[in-house]
Design a protein around this ligand. Structure first.
Ligand code: WT7
Length: 681
């Protein structure tokens, strides 16, 4: 392992890149007075000033190797230099970056900063109880990571083995991720709100050897029995040899044959651990997410490309500067937590906040009190939380001094006008930059966001607007043809690979190809719809497939249907997403009951608990409507579009119903819905 070089700023490197590639050496931000005019297509803005956002984006699209090569060389600490910048082909689903290169992600996130400034703060753990934050330096985080890495090795975790992490947001959870990275193991963090069955499904799919968890979690003043959930899950998981149990509370939990007290084990280990040299394209982690069909898929992210992309987007989209306190309040169980709580900020040597609590604990001022106390510079959150908080009124915000804030970010779902304006005016005092960032578990990092672009460049409310460097959006029509020009909408695809994107679905490359590269051959299909404005900006219009987004959490309608169909009294169910004030979307289920069901209320209750047990609480439908049959086409497909129309449209126009097997089903369901809407006495 070579001794890592000191970290350098990505901005400086981009400047260098400009020089290297003949683009004039202009600092990336604030250099030009020109207003950023995003162009729909790369290279279509030949008049763009050299070094400007437009020029760099055009270059990244035209010459990916010249753009990404120097960035990767200079941003990351390598053991072995790469010989090939990229080797990608969307028509065969081949994606490879920085081939021949070797590095260790934990060295990039820890050692390089420890060499330079060991006592600088890596993490501020904002614990559930306000005012009890804990600061962890880069030196401490490296030591904890190494002890944990040695513990994993002691329990026979080798390079390439999978480790499940089922923990609340905490420094130990971050150390667990980095410990895997250090020894070349592959982590899969499972959001600690998923049920035992969901956890077991993921552990089994990944064939995890070890699970890392805690005795109990604490969130919003409530205790979460995480170890109990793991116990239940592990019973179903033959591959698990050991469960490492850390302690978040003083409560003693029962320890079984496989269980080991993590803190005790770590105390015995050496605080140093030699990092494995990993190939750029070795797996770094799996993260499970829902699709429109089937069980959740384990998206695979690899080492170098992912890390570079997370670090670069973290720096440039949020205008992160040394000394800032970066506050992303996402859970580490989601991709947002991976890229913008852990990997991006730590690779940049930043101070990253770990938020354990909820937006309303102990009151609706929690976020803003935290911003004031920790002096947060960038605050990255989800629209669902903003919608919830704005209902409590402005006083909760005004109470606190938020002058440390410079950038606000939104992610996970479309942000509505009211929420955007409130975040901008009330929280940001009309002074902070607000970036609506579009991306996905699959994309690894932010793909479309108002920044980077020249300082002062226009930001249109509620719009992600501008593609990041190397992101080439293409809009497709129904027939699968590329739509040209502006003022058009269609399916959002990308024509070119970028370093941060997922490489495959774990154990099922055919499904990867089928889900993302088959609908529009030669392109990556996102599953979202998009509108390109007259000015060439991108506005996401929502999913075009059967995936719904409840409070920013993604779930397939088919997953909920499958869970419901396990109930013995429910032969059939169809689930749709309907608009919801706070959650963005909520699940609405149509169910068919067997003839012998006497009390449908009981079944409905049982169904809700089944969904909570099989998936997670957030996936439980808000509403369940009993119908005699579902609307089906002659080929037997449920017409969910029709169900959506019935519930969400006030007009009688239900669109094309000619493919229905029996059109009389419409009146049947309309009547049932009318009756359902009437207040029950
Ligand atoms: C889906 C991805 C990206 C991290 C969190 C969610 C929706 C995400 C936006 C946005 C409109 C958005 C899309 C996307 N989405 N960000 N700014 N505006 N929609 O990751 O769970 O993989 O979900 O979230 O529909 O496809 P995810």
């Amino acid at each position: 392992m070579v001794v890592p070089r000191l970290g350098r700023s990505v901005g400086h490197l981009l400047d260098r890149l400009c020089r290297h590639s003949g683009l004039l050496a202009q600092p990336l931000s604030g250099a030009t007075a020109r207003r950023g005019q995003a162009s729909g297509r790369p290279g279509s803005n030949p008049g763009a000033p050299p070094g400007s956002y437009s020029a760099l984006r055009a270059q990244a699209a035209r010459e990916p190797a010249a753009f990404w090569g120097p960035l990767a060389r200079d941003t990351l600490v390598w053991d072995t230099p790469f010989h090939t910048v990229w080797d990608c082909d969307f028509s065969s689903g081949k994606i490879g970056w920085f081939l021949g290169g070797q590095l260790n992600v934990s060295v990039n996130c820890l050692d390089q900063h420890v060499q330079k400034s060991p006592e600088s703060v890596a993490l501020i753990w904002e614990q559930d109880e306000p005012g009890t934050e804990v600061r962890i330096t880069y030196r401490e985080l490296l030591e904890t990571t190494c002890r944990l890495a040695n513990t994993l090795k002691r329990h026979e975790v080798h390079r390439g083995d999978r480790v499940a992490i089922y923990m609340p947001v905490s420094p130990l959870a971050v150390a667990a991720m980095l410990a895997c990275a250090r020894i070349g193991a592959i982590h899969t963090v499972v959001f600690a709100g998923f049920s035992a069955e969901s956890l077991a499904g993921r552990i089994n799919d990944a064939k995890c050897k070890v699970v890392i968890t805690v005795n109990q979690g604490l969130r919003g003043g409530r205790v979460l029995e995480l170890k109990k959930i793991v116990d239940e899950a592990v019973k179903l998981c033959p591959t698990v040899r050991c469960v490492l149990v850390a302690h978040r509370t003083d409560k003693k939990v029962s320890m079984g044959k496989l269980d080991v007290v993590l803190e005790q084990e770590m105390a015995k280990e050496n605080p140093e651990c030699a990092p494995e040299s990993m190939n750029s394209e070795d797996m770094l982690f799996l993260l499970y997410t829902s699709g429109s069909t089937g069980t959740p898929k384990g998206l695979v992210h690899t080492q170098a490309g992912y890390l570079l992309y997370a670090a670069l987007t973290h720096k440039l989209v949020f205008d992160y500067k040394p000394g800032d306190v970066f506050g992303c309040v996402a859970d580490i169980g989601w991709i947002t937590g991976h890229s913008y709580v852990v990997y991006g900020p730590l690779c940049n040597g930043a101070t990253s906040v770990l938020f354990e609590s909820t937006p309303v604990y102990p009151d609706a001022g929690r976020y803003w009190e935290t911003v004031q106390r920790l002096q947060i510079s960038q605050f990255y959150c989800a629209p669902t939380a903003v919608r919830l908080l704005l209902k409590y009124g402005d006083a909760w915000v005004k109470k606190y001094d938020l002058s440390s804030l410079r950038t606000l970010g939104s992610v996970g779902e479309p942000i509505n006008h009211e929420a955007w304006e409130w975040l901008h005016k009330v929280v940001g005092d009309s002074r902070c930059t607000l970036v609506d960032t579009w991306w996905q578990t699959e994309t690894g990092g932010i793909c479309i966001a108002p920044r980077p672009s020249e300082e002062g460049a226009e930001i249109v409310p509620c719009m992600a607007m501008r593609p990041f460097y190397g992101i080439v959006p293409v809009i497709m029509d129904d027939k699968g043809s590329v739509m040209e020009g502006n003022g058009i909408s269609g399916a959002l695809c990308f024509s070119q690979a970028w370093p941060g994107m997922a490489r495959t679905i774990y154990g099922n490359h055919a499904r990867f190809l089928d889900a993302y590269f088959t609908a529009y051959p030669g392109y990556y299909f996102s599953g979202d719809g998009v509108y390109r404005t007259q000015s060439g900006y991108y506005q996401i219009t929502g999913r075009v497939d059967d995936v719904i987004n409840i409070s920013g959490h993604r779930v397939g309608t088919a997953e909920i249907e499958d869970a419901m169909a396990t109930h013995p009294s429910v032969p059939e169910a169809a689930v749709i997403g309907i608009p919801h004030d706070i959650k963005g979307e909520a699940a609405f289920a149509f169910i068919v009951l067997k003839d012998d069901v006497a009390n449908s209320d009981v079944v409905e209750k049982e169904l809700k608990s089944t969904v909570a047990t099989k998936i997670a609480k957030y996936a439980v439908p808000d509403q369940i409507l009993v119908v005699k049959r579902l609307p089906k086409t002659r080929s037997g497909k449920v017409m969910r579009r029709l169900l959506r129309k019935i519930v969400t449209s006030s007009s009688q126009d239900l669109g094309d119903t000619t493919t229905l097997e029996d059109p009389s089903v419409i009146t049947e369901i309309l009547n049932a819905y009318e009756k359902y809407k009437q207040p029950k006495c």
